[in-house]
Write a protein that binds this ligand. Structure first.
Ligand SMILES: C[S@@+](CC[C@H](N)C(=O)[O-])C[C@H]1O[C@@H](n2cnc3c(N)ncnc32)[C@H](O)[C@@H]1O
Length: 259
């Protein structure tokens, strides 16, 4: 009998989960609701690109400086920790970072909150499409690296708070965020806890973007539970990430969308 390890089980889960998602997903062009269609169009907009952040990403991918690992929950399975490893495995890919920046532009976000700064590349994208970005990071070394990058890019509207999410959330500087991006501590129980703690901080037409919703069976379960909460109107599953909004102008609908 074959006994699979944790990594193999995760891979099997992701494969099955992707097959199910793919079967129920629709092409972005088949969406008719104006709010969502316009967001999806914006997500493909080439002007939403941060070439200077991409130059930094390339530099990080060559950086073999070691980083002391810190475990806050269900992070990467990899034990190897250099800046390059982290840049390769943890940062959102350009297409994904662009989609989040497009979302921020689409909703006209003033204040954005990110949970999980890492090396600050997605934060740099978001900073171009919002008045201010607050970002939370538990690893001081990563937060420091990110700050150096933003300084080099001359970005001045990012406020980084170092500490665990649980310690930082009760002391957030603003009461209202238009976009909240949750990208750290990928455990189902933590995702639900963060969404519940942050929902009162979400502006009435704001959006919560949850990353890695199919990363594990536990995360997928949490995403399903959240999606079924009656407070959310529109729910969208892009496989890599999902969005929830309580915007009352929108119909109560759920879509899995390929884009
Ligand atoms: C996937 S990375 C974020 C990537 C980043 N959003 C990007 O796309 O460029 C997740 C980050 O969250 C941090 N993190 C995870 N769990 C945390 C927790 N409970 N408190 C604080 N930081 C945490 C990790 O140190 C890591 O840097």
């Amino acid at each position: 009998m074959l006994i699979f390890g944790k990594v193999e089980n995760l891979l099997i889960h992701r494969f099955n989960s992707w097959l199910l998602w793919r079967r129920s997903s629709v092409a972005w062009t088949s969406i008719h609701g104006p709010w969502l269609f316009s967001l999806l169009k914006q997500m493909r907009e080439p002007s939403i690109f941060a070439p200077e952040a991409e130059t930094e990403r390339k530099r990080l991918l060559q950086d073999s400086s070691p980083v002391a690992p810190m475990d806050f929950g269900a992070g990467s399975q990899s034990k190897s920790r250099t800046i390059a490893n982290i840049a390769k495995s943890a940062l959102k890919r350009p297409r994904h970072a662009r989609a989040l920046a497009a979302l921020s532009r689409h909703i006209g976000a003033k204040n954005v909150l990110e949970l999980g700064t890492c090396l600050g590349i997605t934060t740099a994208y978001l900073s171009k499409e919002a008045e201010s970005v607050t970002t939370l990071e538990g690893n001081p070394l990563l937060a420091q690296q990110a700050k150096v990058i933003w300084e080099r890019l001359d970005i001045q509207n990012i406020h980084c708070i170092t500490g665990t999410f649980d310690d930082s959330i009760p002391n957030l500087p603003s009461n209202q965020y238009d976009l909240i991006f949750i990208d750290g501590n990928h455990r189902g129980e933590a995702l639900i806890r963060y969404v519940h703690a942050l929902a009162p901080h979400l502006s009435p037409k704001g959006v919560i973007a949850c990353d890695d919703i199919h990363w594990s069976a536990d995360m997928e379960d949490a995403w399903r539970k959240l999606m079924h909460e009656p407070r959310w109107t529109l729910k969208v599953d892009f496989y890599e990430w999902g969005l929830l909004t309580a915007n009352s102008d929108l119909a109560s609908e759920f879509f899995c969308i390929r884009f």
